[in-house]
Design a protein around this ligand. Structure first.
Ligand SMILES: *Cc1c(COP(=O)(O)O)cnc(C)c1O
Length: 433
Protein backbone atom coordinates (compact mmCIF):
# COMPACT_ATOMS: atom_id res chain seq x y z
CA UNK A 1 0.00 0.00 0.00
CA UNK A 2 1.18 3.48 -0.85
CA UNK A 3 1.96 5.79 2.01
CA UNK A 4 -0.02 9.03 1.84
CA UNK A 5 2.71 11.55 1.20
CA UNK A 6 0.63 14.64 1.96
CA UNK A 7 -0.43 13.16 5.27
CA UNK A 8 3.15 12.37 6.28
CA UNK A 9 4.37 15.79 5.20
CA UNK A 10 1.58 17.38 7.29
CA UNK A 11 2.96 15.53 10.30
CA UNK A 12 6.46 16.75 9.45
CA UNK A 13 5.23 20.34 9.23
CA UNK A 14 3.58 20.10 12.64
CA UNK A 15 6.80 19.11 14.36
CA UNK A 16 9.54 20.79 12.27
CA UNK A 17 9.48 24.31 10.76
CA UNK A 18 8.54 23.78 7.12
CA UNK A 19 8.66 20.05 7.81
CA UNK A 20 12.41 19.91 7.24
CA UNK A 21 15.77 20.34 8.91
CA UNK A 22 17.28 22.47 6.14
CA UNK A 23 15.05 24.91 4.24
CA UNK A 24 15.74 23.95 0.61
CA UNK A 25 14.43 20.43 1.29
CA UNK A 26 10.89 21.83 1.59
CA UNK A 27 10.81 22.44 -2.21
CA UNK A 28 9.03 25.71 -1.52
CA UNK A 29 10.99 27.65 -4.14
CA UNK A 30 9.67 25.30 -6.84
CA UNK A 31 6.18 25.46 -5.32
CA UNK A 32 5.56 21.79 -4.75
CA UNK A 33 5.59 19.30 -1.88
CA UNK A 34 8.92 17.70 -1.11
CA UNK A 35 9.89 14.13 -1.85
CA UNK A 36 10.34 11.97 1.24
CA UNK A 37 13.22 9.63 0.64
CA UNK A 38 13.60 6.08 1.86
CA UNK A 39 16.78 4.89 0.19
CA UNK A 40 19.31 5.55 -2.52
CA UNK A 41 21.92 3.76 -4.54
CA UNK A 42 24.16 4.78 -7.41
CA UNK A 43 22.51 7.69 -9.24
CA UNK A 44 19.02 6.86 -7.92
CA UNK A 45 16.82 8.12 -5.10
CA UNK A 46 13.76 6.13 -3.99
CA UNK A 47 10.93 7.81 -2.15
CA UNK A 48 8.73 6.18 0.50
CA UNK A 49 6.36 4.97 -2.25
CA UNK A 50 9.22 3.33 -4.20
CA UNK A 51 9.21 5.98 -6.94
CA UNK A 52 12.66 6.14 -8.47
CA UNK A 53 14.40 9.37 -9.44
CA UNK A 54 17.64 9.97 -11.30
CA UNK A 55 19.32 12.27 -8.78
CA UNK A 56 21.20 15.41 -9.83
CA UNK A 57 21.13 16.94 -6.33
CA UNK A 58 23.67 14.35 -5.18
CA UNK A 59 23.36 15.49 -1.55
CA UNK A 60 24.11 19.07 -2.67
CA UNK A 61 27.33 17.95 -4.30
CA UNK A 62 28.60 15.79 -1.44
CA UNK A 63 28.10 12.53 -3.30
CA UNK A 64 30.56 12.15 -6.16
CA UNK A 65 30.89 8.35 -6.25
CA UNK A 66 27.11 7.87 -6.31
CA UNK A 67 24.91 6.94 -3.36
CA UNK A 68 25.48 4.03 -1.04
CA UNK A 69 29.06 3.27 -2.10
CA UNK A 70 30.03 -0.29 -1.17
CA UNK A 71 33.66 0.42 -0.27
CA UNK A 72 32.77 3.32 2.01
CA UNK A 73 30.08 1.27 3.72
CA UNK A 74 32.35 -1.71 4.28
CA UNK A 75 35.14 0.45 5.74
CA UNK A 76 32.64 2.06 8.13
CA UNK A 77 31.30 -1.33 9.17
CA UNK A 78 34.80 -2.59 9.82
CA UNK A 79 35.67 0.47 11.88
CA UNK A 80 32.59 0.58 14.10
CA UNK A 81 33.55 -2.69 15.72
CA UNK A 82 36.06 -0.52 17.60
CA UNK A 83 33.52 2.07 18.69
CA UNK A 84 32.09 5.29 17.27
CA UNK A 85 33.90 8.36 18.53
CA UNK A 86 36.40 8.72 21.32
CA UNK A 87 36.87 12.47 21.62
CA UNK A 88 40.62 11.92 21.40
CA UNK A 89 43.15 11.74 18.58
CA UNK A 90 42.86 8.79 16.14
CA UNK A 91 45.14 7.53 13.37
CA UNK A 92 42.60 8.03 10.60
CA UNK A 93 42.57 11.80 11.23
CA UNK A 94 46.27 11.93 10.45
CA UNK A 95 45.82 9.85 7.31
CA UNK A 96 43.04 11.97 5.81
CA UNK A 97 44.91 15.19 6.67
CA UNK A 98 48.02 13.93 4.86
CA UNK A 99 45.98 12.84 1.86
CA UNK A 100 44.17 16.19 1.54
CA UNK A 101 47.45 18.09 1.87
CA UNK A 102 49.02 15.92 -0.84
CA UNK A 103 46.13 16.66 -3.23
CA UNK A 104 45.91 20.38 -2.35
CA UNK A 105 49.46 21.61 -1.76
CA UNK A 106 48.31 25.06 -0.49
CA UNK A 107 46.96 23.17 2.55
CA UNK A 108 50.08 22.61 4.64
CA UNK A 109 48.05 22.17 7.81
CA UNK A 110 44.37 21.45 8.31
CA UNK A 111 41.71 21.42 10.99
CA UNK A 112 38.60 19.27 10.75
CA UNK A 113 35.22 20.64 11.81
CA UNK A 114 31.66 19.38 11.46
CA UNK A 115 30.23 21.54 8.70
CA UNK A 116 31.14 23.99 5.97
CA UNK A 117 29.55 26.74 8.07
CA UNK A 118 32.05 26.11 10.85
CA UNK A 119 34.92 25.98 8.37
CA UNK A 120 34.30 29.45 6.88
CA UNK A 121 33.47 31.01 10.25
CA UNK A 122 36.69 29.71 11.80
CA UNK A 123 38.84 30.52 8.75
CA UNK A 124 37.69 34.12 8.94
CA UNK A 125 38.44 34.36 12.66
CA UNK A 126 41.90 33.05 11.91
CA UNK A 127 42.37 35.52 9.04
CA UNK A 128 41.33 38.41 11.27
CA UNK A 129 43.71 37.36 14.01
CA UNK A 130 46.59 36.76 11.61
CA UNK A 131 46.22 40.09 9.77
CA UNK A 132 45.10 42.03 12.85
CA UNK A 133 42.33 43.54 10.73
CA UNK A 134 38.55 43.18 10.82
CA UNK A 135 36.83 43.86 7.52
CA UNK A 136 36.04 41.08 5.07
CA UNK A 137 35.05 41.13 1.43
CA UNK A 138 32.56 38.63 0.02
CA UNK A 139 30.50 38.35 -3.15
CA UNK A 140 26.77 38.59 -3.80
CA UNK A 141 25.31 35.13 -4.42
CA UNK A 142 28.21 33.21 -2.89
CA UNK A 143 27.15 31.12 0.10
CA UNK A 144 29.55 30.41 2.92
CA UNK A 145 27.23 28.81 5.46
CA UNK A 146 24.85 30.54 7.82
CA UNK A 147 26.97 32.54 10.25
CA UNK A 148 25.71 36.08 10.91
CA UNK A 149 28.36 38.11 9.14
CA UNK A 150 28.28 35.96 5.97
CA UNK A 151 24.53 36.01 5.34
CA UNK A 152 24.81 39.27 3.49
CA UNK A 153 24.57 40.88 0.11
CA UNK A 154 25.42 44.36 -1.07
CA UNK A 155 23.08 47.05 0.09
CA UNK A 156 21.50 49.62 -2.12
CA UNK A 157 20.31 51.58 0.90
CA UNK A 158 23.52 53.03 2.21
CA UNK A 159 24.55 55.58 -0.39
CA UNK A 160 27.52 56.79 1.63
CA UNK A 161 29.22 53.44 1.23
CA UNK A 162 28.17 51.67 -1.93
CA UNK A 163 29.69 48.38 -0.77
CA UNK A 164 27.97 48.16 2.60
CA UNK A 165 26.05 44.97 3.32
CA UNK A 166 22.51 44.13 4.19
CA UNK A 167 21.49 40.88 5.76
CA UNK A 168 19.61 38.23 3.81
CA UNK A 169 18.05 36.88 7.00
CA UNK A 170 16.16 38.37 9.92
CA UNK A 171 17.78 38.16 13.32
CA UNK A 172 21.17 39.48 12.30
CA UNK A 173 22.32 42.55 14.21
CA UNK A 174 23.65 45.60 12.36
CA UNK A 175 26.90 45.16 14.22
CA UNK A 176 27.45 41.78 12.55
CA UNK A 177 27.19 43.43 9.14
CA UNK A 178 29.40 46.38 9.83
CA UNK A 179 32.61 44.60 8.93
CA UNK A 180 31.33 42.77 5.82
CA UNK A 181 31.64 44.36 2.39
CA UNK A 182 29.84 42.76 -0.56
CA UNK A 183 30.66 43.01 -4.26
CA UNK A 184 29.17 41.57 -7.42
CA UNK A 185 30.79 38.27 -8.44
CA UNK A 186 33.40 38.43 -11.20
CA UNK A 187 33.79 42.18 -10.62
CA UNK A 188 37.36 42.78 -9.52
CA UNK A 189 37.12 46.49 -10.16
CA UNK A 190 34.70 46.80 -7.23
CA UNK A 191 37.11 44.83 -5.07
CA UNK A 192 39.94 47.13 -6.06
CA UNK A 193 37.82 50.17 -5.14
CA UNK A 194 37.11 48.68 -1.70
CA UNK A 195 40.75 47.92 -1.08
CA UNK A 196 41.62 51.51 -1.93
CA UNK A 197 38.82 52.85 0.24
CA UNK A 198 39.72 50.70 3.27
CA UNK A 199 43.35 50.10 2.44
CA UNK A 200 44.60 48.83 5.78
CA UNK A 201 41.38 47.40 7.19
CA UNK A 202 40.67 44.35 5.01
CA UNK A 203 41.53 41.04 6.68
CA UNK A 204 40.46 38.75 3.86
CA UNK A 205 38.53 38.13 0.71
CA UNK A 206 36.36 35.00 0.79
CA UNK A 207 35.20 33.59 -2.54
CA UNK A 208 33.76 30.47 -4.11
CA UNK A 209 36.31 30.08 -6.94
CA UNK A 210 33.50 28.48 -8.94
CA UNK A 211 30.19 29.62 -7.54
CA UNK A 212 27.77 26.79 -6.82
CA UNK A 213 25.18 28.50 -4.68
CA UNK A 214 23.69 30.96 -7.18
CA UNK A 215 23.62 28.23 -9.77
CA UNK A 216 26.93 27.23 -11.27
CA UNK A 217 28.97 30.27 -12.27
CA UNK A 218 32.67 29.97 -13.04
CA UNK A 219 35.08 32.73 -12.11
CA UNK A 220 36.73 34.50 -14.95
CA UNK A 221 40.42 33.76 -14.66
CA UNK A 222 41.25 37.47 -14.56
CA UNK A 223 38.89 37.96 -11.61
CA UNK A 224 40.64 35.37 -9.43
CA UNK A 225 44.09 36.55 -10.56
CA UNK A 226 43.24 40.10 -9.57
CA UNK A 227 41.93 38.95 -6.17
CA UNK A 228 45.28 37.22 -5.56
CA UNK A 229 47.20 40.33 -6.61
CA UNK A 230 45.06 42.68 -4.50
CA UNK A 231 45.30 40.45 -1.43
CA UNK A 232 49.08 40.37 -1.77
CA UNK A 233 49.30 44.11 -2.27
CA UNK A 234 47.13 44.96 0.75
CA UNK A 235 48.28 42.17 3.08
CA UNK A 236 44.92 40.45 3.14
CA UNK A 237 44.32 36.71 3.00
CA UNK A 238 42.59 35.03 0.08
CA UNK A 239 40.17 32.41 1.41
CA UNK A 240 38.86 30.00 -1.18
CA UNK A 241 35.61 28.39 -0.14
CA UNK A 242 35.95 25.05 -1.89
CA UNK A 243 33.26 23.28 0.14
CA UNK A 244 31.63 22.28 -3.16
CA UNK A 245 34.53 22.48 -5.60
CA UNK A 246 37.13 20.67 -3.48
CA UNK A 247 37.54 17.19 -5.03
CA UNK A 248 34.62 18.00 -7.38
CA UNK A 249 36.45 20.02 -10.07
CA UNK A 250 39.71 18.10 -9.70
CA UNK A 251 41.79 16.49 -6.96
CA UNK A 252 43.32 19.90 -6.32
CA UNK A 253 39.97 21.68 -6.39
CA UNK A 254 39.22 24.84 -8.35
CA UNK A 255 42.49 26.41 -7.17
CA UNK A 256 44.48 23.85 -9.11
CA UNK A 257 42.21 24.21 -12.15
CA UNK A 258 42.78 28.01 -12.13
CA UNK A 259 46.36 27.65 -10.85
CA UNK A 260 45.84 30.25 -8.13
CA UNK A 261 47.18 29.83 -4.64
CA UNK A 262 44.84 30.23 -1.67
CA UNK A 263 46.05 31.32 1.77
CA UNK A 264 43.24 29.42 3.42
CA UNK A 265 40.88 26.87 1.90
CA UNK A 266 37.53 25.70 3.27
CA UNK A 267 36.35 22.18 2.53
CA UNK A 268 33.30 20.07 3.31
CA UNK A 269 30.75 17.97 1.42
CA UNK A 270 32.79 15.45 -0.67
CA UNK A 271 35.58 15.04 1.91
CA UNK A 272 33.07 13.43 4.31
CA UNK A 273 32.24 10.59 1.91
CA UNK A 274 28.53 11.15 2.68
CA UNK A 275 28.83 11.95 6.39
CA UNK A 276 28.90 15.33 8.20
CA UNK A 277 32.17 17.20 7.81
CA UNK A 278 33.95 20.49 7.25
CA UNK A 279 37.59 21.49 7.26
CA UNK A 280 39.80 24.50 6.76
CA UNK A 281 43.49 24.57 6.06
CA UNK A 282 46.33 26.53 4.57
CA UNK A 283 49.81 27.86 5.13
CA UNK A 284 51.48 26.50 8.24
CA UNK A 285 52.48 29.99 9.30
CA UNK A 286 48.81 30.94 9.44
CA UNK A 287 47.33 27.66 10.71
CA UNK A 288 49.58 27.33 13.71
CA UNK A 289 47.93 30.40 15.21
CA UNK A 290 45.02 28.12 16.13
CA UNK A 291 44.78 26.83 19.69
CA UNK A 292 46.59 24.99 21.21
CA UNK A 293 49.75 26.16 19.35
CA UNK A 294 48.41 29.70 18.95
CA UNK A 295 45.81 31.95 20.48
CA UNK A 296 42.88 31.73 18.04
CA UNK A 297 40.33 29.58 19.81
CA UNK A 298 38.53 26.86 17.85
CA UNK A 299 37.22 23.49 19.05
CA UNK A 300 34.60 20.77 18.49
CA UNK A 301 33.36 17.74 20.44
CA UNK A 302 32.71 15.75 17.26
CA UNK A 303 35.43 17.33 15.09
CA UNK A 304 37.45 14.68 13.30
CA UNK A 305 35.06 11.93 14.38
CA UNK A 306 36.50 8.71 13.00
CA UNK A 307 33.38 7.58 11.13
CA UNK A 308 33.34 10.73 8.97
CA UNK A 309 37.11 10.42 8.63
CA UNK A 310 37.03 6.81 7.44
CA UNK A 311 34.17 7.56 5.00
CA UNK A 312 35.99 10.62 3.68
CA UNK A 313 39.36 8.90 3.46
CA UNK A 314 37.90 5.96 1.54
CA UNK A 315 36.16 8.33 -0.87
CA UNK A 316 39.29 10.44 -1.47
CA UNK A 317 41.34 7.29 -2.04
CA UNK A 318 38.92 6.12 -4.74
CA UNK A 319 39.21 9.55 -6.39
CA UNK A 320 43.00 9.29 -6.77
CA UNK A 321 42.74 8.42 -10.49
CA UNK A 322 42.70 11.46 -12.81
CA UNK A 323 40.68 9.58 -15.43
CA UNK A 324 37.75 9.70 -13.00
CA UNK A 325 37.50 13.44 -13.54
CA UNK A 326 37.73 13.04 -17.34
CA UNK A 327 34.90 10.55 -17.18
CA UNK A 328 32.75 12.84 -15.02
CA UNK A 329 33.37 15.80 -17.36
CA UNK A 330 32.58 13.75 -20.45
CA UNK A 331 29.30 12.49 -18.99
CA UNK A 332 28.24 15.96 -17.95
CA UNK A 333 29.11 17.43 -21.35
CA UNK A 334 27.12 14.65 -23.03
CA UNK A 335 24.08 15.47 -20.88
CA UNK A 336 24.37 19.19 -21.51
CA UNK A 337 24.82 18.84 -25.25
CA UNK A 338 21.70 16.68 -25.29
CA UNK A 339 19.67 19.15 -23.21
CA UNK A 340 20.82 22.08 -25.38
CA UNK A 341 19.86 20.20 -28.50
CA UNK A 342 16.33 19.34 -27.41
CA UNK A 343 15.85 22.91 -26.15
CA UNK A 344 16.97 24.31 -29.49
CA UNK A 345 14.74 21.93 -31.47
CA UNK A 346 11.77 23.20 -29.45
CA UNK A 347 12.80 26.88 -29.58
CA UNK A 348 13.24 27.04 -25.80
CA UNK A 349 15.81 29.63 -24.71
CA UNK A 350 18.10 28.17 -22.10
CA UNK A 351 21.67 28.75 -21.05
CA UNK A 352 23.56 25.98 -19.28
CA UNK A 353 26.65 26.82 -17.24
CA UNK A 354 28.94 23.84 -16.73
CA UNK A 355 32.13 23.40 -14.73
CA UNK A 356 33.28 19.80 -14.72
CA UNK A 357 30.44 17.79 -13.22
CA UNK A 358 28.56 20.85 -11.89
CA UNK A 359 25.91 22.53 -14.02
CA UNK A 360 22.88 24.81 -13.92
CA UNK A 361 20.07 25.36 -16.40
CA UNK A 362 19.00 28.99 -16.71
CA UNK A 363 15.89 30.01 -18.61
CA UNK A 364 17.08 33.13 -20.35
CA UNK A 365 17.81 34.60 -23.76
CA UNK A 366 21.08 36.04 -22.45
CA UNK A 367 24.35 34.60 -23.70
CA UNK A 368 26.22 34.84 -20.38
CA UNK A 369 25.42 34.38 -16.69
CA UNK A 370 28.34 35.74 -14.68
CA UNK A 371 26.91 37.08 -11.44
CA UNK A 372 23.95 36.92 -9.09
CA UNK A 373 22.71 40.10 -10.76
CA UNK A 374 22.43 38.06 -13.99
CA UNK A 375 20.85 35.05 -12.27
CA UNK A 376 17.89 36.96 -10.84
CA UNK A 377 16.91 38.09 -14.33
CA UNK A 378 16.31 34.47 -15.43
CA UNK A 379 12.80 33.05 -15.49
CA UNK A 380 11.97 31.43 -12.21
CA UNK A 381 8.49 30.52 -13.45
CA UNK A 382 9.87 28.49 -16.38
CA UNK A 383 12.46 26.81 -14.19
CA UNK A 384 9.87 25.84 -11.58
CA UNK A 385 7.59 24.35 -14.21
CA UNK A 386 10.54 22.50 -15.72
CA UNK A 387 11.56 21.13 -12.32
CA UNK A 388 8.07 19.83 -11.52
CA UNK A 389 7.54 18.22 -14.92
CA UNK A 390 10.96 16.57 -14.88
CA UNK A 391 10.17 15.24 -11.41
CA UNK A 392 7.06 13.56 -12.86
CA UNK A 393 9.32 11.84 -15.37
CA UNK A 394 11.56 10.60 -12.55
CA UNK A 395 14.31 13.20 -12.85
CA UNK A 396 15.36 15.05 -9.69
CA UNK A 397 17.12 18.36 -10.38
CA UNK A 398 18.06 20.78 -7.61
CA UNK A 399 14.80 22.36 -6.45
CA UNK A 400 15.67 26.00 -7.14
CA UNK A 401 16.59 28.05 -10.20
CA UNK A 402 19.67 29.26 -8.34
CA UNK A 403 21.22 25.95 -7.25
CA UNK A 404 23.73 23.69 -8.96
CA UNK A 405 23.20 20.17 -10.20
CA UNK A 406 25.78 17.43 -10.00
CA UNK A 407 26.66 14.31 -11.98
CA UNK A 408 28.16 11.36 -10.12
CA UNK A 409 30.40 8.54 -11.29
CA UNK A 410 27.40 6.23 -11.15
CA UNK A 411 25.26 8.14 -13.67
CA UNK A 412 25.20 5.88 -16.72
CA UNK A 413 24.58 6.80 -20.35
CA UNK A 414 21.07 5.37 -20.08
CA UNK A 415 20.32 7.71 -17.17
CA UNK A 416 21.57 10.71 -19.11
CA UNK A 417 19.58 9.65 -22.20
CA UNK A 418 16.46 9.23 -20.08
CA UNK A 419 16.98 12.76 -18.73
CA UNK A 420 17.39 14.20 -22.22
CA UNK A 421 14.31 12.48 -23.59
CA UNK A 422 12.24 13.64 -20.61
CA UNK A 423 13.39 17.22 -21.26
CA UNK A 424 12.45 16.80 -24.93
CA UNK A 425 8.86 16.08 -23.89
CA UNK A 426 8.73 18.80 -21.25
CA UNK A 427 10.09 21.50 -23.59
CA UNK A 428 7.13 21.01 -25.92
CA UNK A 429 4.93 22.76 -23.37
CA UNK A 430 3.61 26.24 -24.13
CA UNK A 431 4.98 27.64 -20.87
CA UNK A 432 8.36 27.90 -22.57
CA UNK A 433 7.15 29.84 -25.59
C1 LIG B 1 27.43 23.88 1.51
C2 LIG B 1 28.35 25.02 1.56
C3 LIG B 1 28.76 25.60 2.77
C4 LIG B 1 28.16 25.21 4.09
O1 LIG B 1 28.42 23.90 4.41
P1 LIG B 1 27.46 23.18 5.51
O2 LIG B 1 28.14 21.87 5.74
O3 LIG B 1 26.11 23.05 4.87
O4 LIG B 1 27.44 24.06 6.70
C5 LIG B 1 29.72 26.58 2.72
N1 LIG B 1 30.25 27.00 1.56
C6 LIG B 1 29.89 26.47 0.38
C7 LIG B 1 30.54 26.93 -0.87
C8 LIG B 1 28.91 25.48 0.35
O5 LIG B 1 28.49 25.01 -0.83
Amino acid sequence: MNINLNNLYMQAKKIMPGGVNSPIRAFSSVQTTPSIIKKAYGPYLFDINKNCYIDYICTWGAIILGHNNIQIKSQIKKFINNGLHFGLLTEIEIKIAQLISKCMPSIEMIRMVNSGTEATMSAIRLARAYTQKNKIIKFDGCYHGHSDFLLTCSSKKNIKNEFSSQSISDGIPESALSETLSCPYNDYESVEKIFKLFSNQIACVIVEPIAGNMGCIPSQIKFLKQLRILCNRFNALLIMDEVITGFRISLGGAQSYYKIDADLTCLGKIIGGGLPIGAFGGKKEIMQNLTPTGSVYQAGTFSGNPISMIAGYTCLKILQFPEIYNELNKKTTYLINGLNEVAKNNNVSILINQCGSMFSIFFTKNKKIQSYQDVVLCSKKKFNFFFREMQHFGIMFSPSFSESNFVSLKHKKKDLDKTISAAKKVFKNNVFK
